[in-house]
Design a protein around this ligand. Structure first.
Ligand SMILES: [Zn+2]
Length: 396
């Protein structure tokens, strides 16, 4: 067992060293030793192995005023790539990231169909296309993670995707038959929560991310880990009942939160009040800019309905950070103050409420980050929030 223990310790040391190299961006062997408490010989052996595997690279600092210029270690981003996919209702987003978490390629492909077999064929074709592009890097395209807007079982099969009306689909197994690259399936709100914790709220281990778009879903991080529940469906908060005997929901109940606080409900109400049909996000932005009273009235009602659910969630989870990812709310000035003014309970406690800056890139970025974490086998991941991501997100 001694050899087994030795191998185990080596593996732990390697992951701790990698974690710190990622976190610091550039770090010397001496600082690694100081931070990890590992002796210099151990650091030296592990670093040599990581260099050999081309997972890290060395640079020498240019401007060090005194003494020898230390050799710095960084993650070798282009050593390998991961592909994050957001399989949304009317479009599929693809983002390829290097091992430093920098997106190097993003494409959005419109979906004309909800037919399962057709979409599977499209996915296979695209994954092969990306895989071929990175074949010359050390590790190539390492893995693919797909975000699903529905319930995903713990074995990564799909239970239900409401918008597609897909039930019990073994998407991972189907793709895996055709592709040699490892495929993972995860709920999109979970991936968004993971992205927020890796890229933005890195020191907050109790984070709840709420996606408010065509429905409402939550990703819950408790003590730094995704909380999935017994079957894997935790976070389906759009279906908590906020109005007894309210509107009929597709889930079979009445008065579900997302019937009052999701984007389709907002647009339906706005169209009714404005007497117009086919209102777009740009129209909403224009009316907000010109302080249109009808739009503000509908927005305030929307925020009131959102706040009812938020109050329940805060009471349930006492989150450190509550991130809300909503395109409509992002447009609204002082939205956080408006939300807070609707949270009256002296019982509900939270540290901060913020609107996501990752926007509709959150799912693909979370998918890439989770793939990187698994590949590097690090206990936790902190990645630099690349400006490129924010710019892309701002464009929606
Ligand atoms: Zn429901």
């Amino acid at each position: 067992m001694v050899t087994g223990d030795g191998a185990y310790i080596k593996k732990i040391n390697r992951s701790v060293i990698l974690k710190n190299i990622i976190e610091h961006g550039r770090i010397s062997r001496a600082d690694l030793s100081k931070i990890t408490g590992l002796n210099k010989a151990t650091i030296s052996v592990q670093v040599a192995s990581l260099l050999d595997d081309e997972l890290i690279y060395e640079t020498q600092l240019e401007h060090n005023t005194v003494g020898r210029r230390p050799i710095m270690l960084s993650i070798n981003g282009p050593a390998g790539y991961v592909l994050g996919i957001d399989l949304d209702y009317n479009q599929i987003q693809y983002t390829v990231s290097d091992l430093q978490g920098n997106p190097v390629q993003s494409d959005t492909i419109q979906l004309e169909t909800d037919d399962y077999d057709t979409i599977v064929r499209q996915l296979i074709e695209q994954i092969k296309h990306y895989s071929a592009q990175y074949v010359n890097s050390r590790y190539g395209l390492i893995s693919v993670m797909i975000g699903i807007h529905g319930t995903v079982n713990k074995d990564e099969s799909i239970l239900f995707v409401p918008k597609f009306q897909w039930r019990q689909k073994a998407l991972k197994a189907t793709l895996q038959k055709e592709l040699s690259i490892p495929i993972s399936i995860e709920n999109n709100a979970n991936l968004s929560a993971y992205a927020e914790s890796v890229y933005k709220h890195q020191k907050n281990s109790n984070l709840l991310n709420l996606n408010i778009s065509s429905g409402i879903g939550a990703g819950i991080m408790i003590d730094g880990k995704l909380h999935k529940g017994y079957h894997g469906y935790a976070g389906e908060m759009g279906h908590m009942i906020i109005f007894p005997d309210g509107d009929r929901c597709k889930c079979g109940n009445q008065g579900c939160w997302e019937l009052y606080a999701s984007e389709p409900s907002f647009f339906a109400q706005l169209e009714k009040e404005q007497g117009k049909s086919n209102i777009k996000f740009d129209d909403v932005q224009k009316w907000i800019d010109t302080q249109d009273p009808v739009t503000y009235k509908v927005l305030n009602q929307f925020i009131k309905h959102i706040s009812i659910g938020l109050n329940n969630i805060i009471n349930l989870y006492n989150p450190e950070t509550l991130v809300i990812n909503s395109r409509v709310l992002r447009m609204y000035p002082n939205v956080i103050d408006q939300i807070k003014s609707n949270l009256h309970s002296s019982m509900s406690q939270y540290q901060e409420i913020v609107i996501s800056n990752l926007g509709n890139k959150a799912c693909v970025m979370g998918a890439c980050a989770l793939s990187i974490k698994r590949f590097l086998q690090v206990p936790e991941l902190i990645l630099t929030y690349a400006n490129a991501v924010e710019l892309q997100a701002a464009q929606f």
